[in-house]
Design a protein around this ligand. Structure first.
Ligand code: ZN
Length: 313
């Protein structure tokens, strides 16, 4: 059994698509790695941001829907997304957030320095300073210099009324081990290179949130390949969690189920990956439709607003 799973992607509801693109590419310097549509509502976008290598473990994805009301994060949800940035970049990021008038507070996340702020739709983000920068990749734009850029997920925090059962699932399915506790928060970790931390925050009462923009829709964990996804799907079934069949998401295969604590979990395979339909150097430049929507391209393109990602050149 491999022992390196972590977060594959996190998907969030958003408002205006252009506001979303501008924030994550211009301001946070992430790479737009896939510009596609919501497969359940093809007249709206599905936007994927990641690190420059476009790796699983770095994909923060959004369903922008301009009419969406602002949501309120609550129990049974992922309420905070942590992005990992190399140690030593603290001043760079404080200056950068100041420059863009993004109000932040300096916090500690289990002993690591972090900057906490909201995205334009109210999603709470932490930039967590840990680890080192990856080598610069040639021929790829860096809006933020390689030594300071977002490396991928640091982790995610879930607000739950129960801990034991979710802890068991995280351990048995995805190899997360309990590391330490601080107040009402518990840290779980796996040895994945990125996306390796999950925090469970125990909620005092079951105050529910309100669905809308800024709210995390689901969190996906990695399966190394489709065989492992098959095995995981069966394992989840045996636990009585009623997983979906394996769904072809074109860039990965997926299985979904809601855990008893309320969070929608997905398991997604690393293969075939985002380069299945675009060259690595040109990821995110064109609107990509899964093959079964290609015949409706003209109509879909008419319905979607124009958006523009940042470019360093
Ligand atoms: Zn997903």
């Amino acid at each position: 059994m491999n022992h390196h799973k972590g977060i594959h992607h996190i998907t969030v509801l958003a408002g205006e698509a252009q506001t979303n693109v501008e924030f994550y590419t211009n301001k946070l310097g992430m790479r737009l790695v896939k510009k596609s549509v919501n497969q359940d509502d093809p007249g709206t976008y599905h936007l994927f941001y990641g690190n420059q290598a476009a790796e699983p473990g770095s994909s923060l994805t959004f369903f922008p829907w301009p009419m969406a009301q602002k949501g309120k994060a609550g129990v049974g949800e992922v309420v905070n997304v942590g992005l990992q940035v190399p140690k030593g970049s603290e001043n760079y990021w404080k200056d950068r957030l100041d420059e863009y008038n993004i109000a932040f507070e300096t916090v500690e996340v289990f002993g690591r320095e972090a900057l906490r702020f909201d995205d334009p739709d109210g999603l709470e983000l932490d930039i967590v300073f840990e680890g080192e920068a990856k080598p610069k990749i040639e021929n790829i734009d860096y809006i933020v210099p390689a030594e300071h850029t977002v490396q991928g997920f640091w982790g995610a925090r879930m607000l739950l009324t129960e801990k034991q059962h979710t802890e068991m699932l995280l351990g048995e399915l995805f190899d997360f081990e309990k590391v330490t506790e601080e107040g009402n928060q518990t840290l779980y970790q796996t040895d994945a290179p990125i996306g390796r931390n999950i925090i469970i925050e125990k909620a005092d009462n079951a105050e529910n949130g309100k669905n809308g923009r800024g709210i995390v829709h689901h969190i996906a964990f990695r399966a190394e390949n489709q065989d492992e996804l098959d095995a995981l799907q069966q394992k989840v079934g045996k636990k009585g969690l009623n997983p979906t069949q394996i769904i072809d998401r074109h860039w990965f295969k997926s299985v979904y189920y809601r855990i008893p604590a309320g969070v929608l979990f997905e398991m997604a395979s690393d293969d075939p990956g985002y380069t299945v339909d675009e060259e690595f150097e040109h990821l995110g430049e064109k609107l990509i439709l899964p093959p079964w929507l290609e015949s409706k391209r003209d109509r879909i393109e008419q319905m979607l607003p124009d958006i523009e990602a940042a470019s360093a050149s």
